[in-house]
Write a protein that binds this ligand. Structure first.
Ligand code: HEM
Length: 89
């Protein structure tokens, strides 16, 4: 099937560390709902905005994307990650 634009952004920029919604560097800090609720600041209150913040700014070993992806691309990939988390990847 043809990948959506957001899925393509994810595959091109995120999947190297987060394939399948996992985390190859810090195994517990996945992109699954339980991990986002536990580790990502403000995910419970404002899920997409919390993901956008992390993608823009990075954290520790995760690089910042604000100079690499457009605001629209960051919004699209964050929405995709939020949807995938809700659906269980
Ligand atoms: C954490 C998204 C690219 C490495 C996270 C988290 C999100 C996220 C939402 C929080 C997960 C949690 O705390 O459970 C993304 C997206 C990416 C991307 C959407 C692409 C635009 C990458 C890449 C790497 C990476 C390329 C590796 C080079 C990490 C690491 C953490 C993390 C190490 C844990 C940070 C910490 O709390 O110390 N990512 N990520 N990410 N990501 Fe990414």
């Amino acid at each position: 099937a043809e990948l959506s634009n957001a899925a393509k952004i994810f595959n091109d920029n995120c999947a190297s560390c987060h394939i399948g919604g996992g985390n190859i560097l810090i195994p517990q800090k996945t992109l699954k709902k339980e991990a986002l609720l536990k580790y990502l600041a403000n995910y419970e209150q404002e899920s997409i905005q919390a993901i956008i913040y992390q993608v823009q700014n990075g954290k520790n070993a995760m690089p910042a994307f604000k100079d690499k992806l457009s605001a629209q691309e960051i919004f699209d990939v964050a929405t995709y990650v939020g949807q995938q988390a809700e659906q269980g990847w």
